[in-house]
Design a protein around this ligand. Structure first.
Ligand SMILES: [Fe+2]
Ligand SMILES: [Fe+2]
Length: 179
């Protein structure tokens, strides 16, 4: 151990470990998170993002039909961003040696958020706001659970969490605009 770097594993040990299990790619021995649990959390979140994409898509087309163009534009933008979130999560699952679960069967069971169609515009916005609030709470908890054990996965969740907060704010704004 190098005493002048008490916070670091000495470089010879790191070099030695890097040569073992190279088939694990980016997952080194220093990875201290429970990989199975992290992959499960990522897959549940992937299901959430897919459900949110579908819900916003439905709301986009329905709002377009009733000529609610401001809301429709927001729904469209959010659908695209939820799709990007899904892609980021799937990519990370593969990096961790897992398989992204895109199976439509059981999608709603795996998802944190629900798929609510909404009867009118107010209803749609309200359901989207609720779904965002569910996502915000679960992602915040996941960030706390991961802690400093897997900074890359945590950063992905932090980025997505920040955008879900923006989404919730957008929906709250739309809801107020209807009053
Ligand atoms: Fe999202
Ligand atoms: Fe969102």
């Amino acid at each position: 151990m190098l005493t002048n770097h008490p916070f670091l594993t000495d470089i010879e040990t790191i070099r030695q470990r890097a040569r073992q299990h190279i088939e694990d790619g980016p997952i080194t021995e220093g990875y201290s998170a429970d990989r199975e649990t992290v992959i499960k959390l990522l897959n549940d979140s992937l299901a959430t993002e897919i459900v949110c994409t579908l819900r916003y898509k439905r709301h986009y087309f329905m709002a377009t039909g009733i000529k609610a163009s401001v809301a429709a534009a927001e729904f469209q933008e959010h659908a695209d961003q939820e799709q990007e979130h899904a892609d980021r999560l799937a990519k990370r699952i593969v990096q961790l040696g897992g398989e992204p679960d895109f199976n439509p069967e059981g999608l709603l069971t795996r998802s944190h958020a629900q798929y609510a169609e909404g009867h009118d515009l107010r209803d749609m916005i309200k359901e989207d706001l609720i779904a965002e609030r569910i996502a915000i709470d679960t992602y915040r908890e996941i960030v706390q659970y991961i802690g400093d054990k897997d900074p890359t996965t945590r950063r992905i969740f932090e980025d997505i969490l920040a955008q879900e907060e923006e989404h919730a704010d957008d929906m709250a704004g739309l809801l107020q605009g209807l009053d």
